[in-house]
Design a protein around this ligand. Sequence first.
Ligand code: 6PG
Length: 251
Amino acid sequence: MTLLLPGTVIIRDTPEDLFDALGHSFMGAARRAVADRGVFHVALSGGSTPEPFYRLLVIDPRFRGIPWEATHVWVVDERCVPPDDPRHNYSMIRESLLEHVPILPGSCHPMPVLEGGGDERYEQELRSRVECGGDGLPRLDFVLLGMGDDAHTASLFPRSDANRVVDRFITFNRGPHVTPPDRMTMTFPLLNAARAVGVLAVGAKKRATLGRVSEHLSEHPPDPVTLPITGVQPRLGELAWWLDTASAGVE
Ligand code: 6PG
């Protein structure tokens, strides 16, 4: 299966090899951002795929060069549950990564999902810290996304309300098309303003969805409503798909 995907497709034989390559790309982006602007703003996703990658960044001495002391970690999306709930994305990111690296406490930004107006608060905090590009949009340096079997990414689910938001960077997402629980999520305008976006999809379970996305994009324009991952089209930034041979469908 030849995948036709926008941007760059990086395939490695095993998840371990893939995480190794992604780690070097992550460290390179961090070093460049700090060299150019003195700070690295990264947004991380939850789910099961990235956890071993986060743990690798902690234990592998080759990634000791990541400038954590100049890094801000944001959350791509969060489930509206308390931090002690096993579904809580930031808690996984904190336990697998943030507790083990020299990042400043004030540079870790969990989403205030249990507070009314929490989406507006998070957006204000992000706007106050992340430099905007010429278009007035805050430009994150690196966004790590996953992809669900239904082609959702972040908490932008097929036909869910947040997919259509064009005037906000952070919003709650609720309703019949949102896999429970309710969510808070970054929106396409923010994701697509980033300098670099990586989609991490590992394992044979992802192959069919990647095939659907590739087939759709080979004949149709992006369809952020029903195939949300196709709505990830960074305008000025780089898009890379980080796949292993199992998810890419190559032997
Ligand atoms: C979430 C994630 C979500 C995730 C995909 C893939 O809150 O669940 O942000 O977008 O990236 O569902 O999840 P897996 O990595 O577990 O397949």
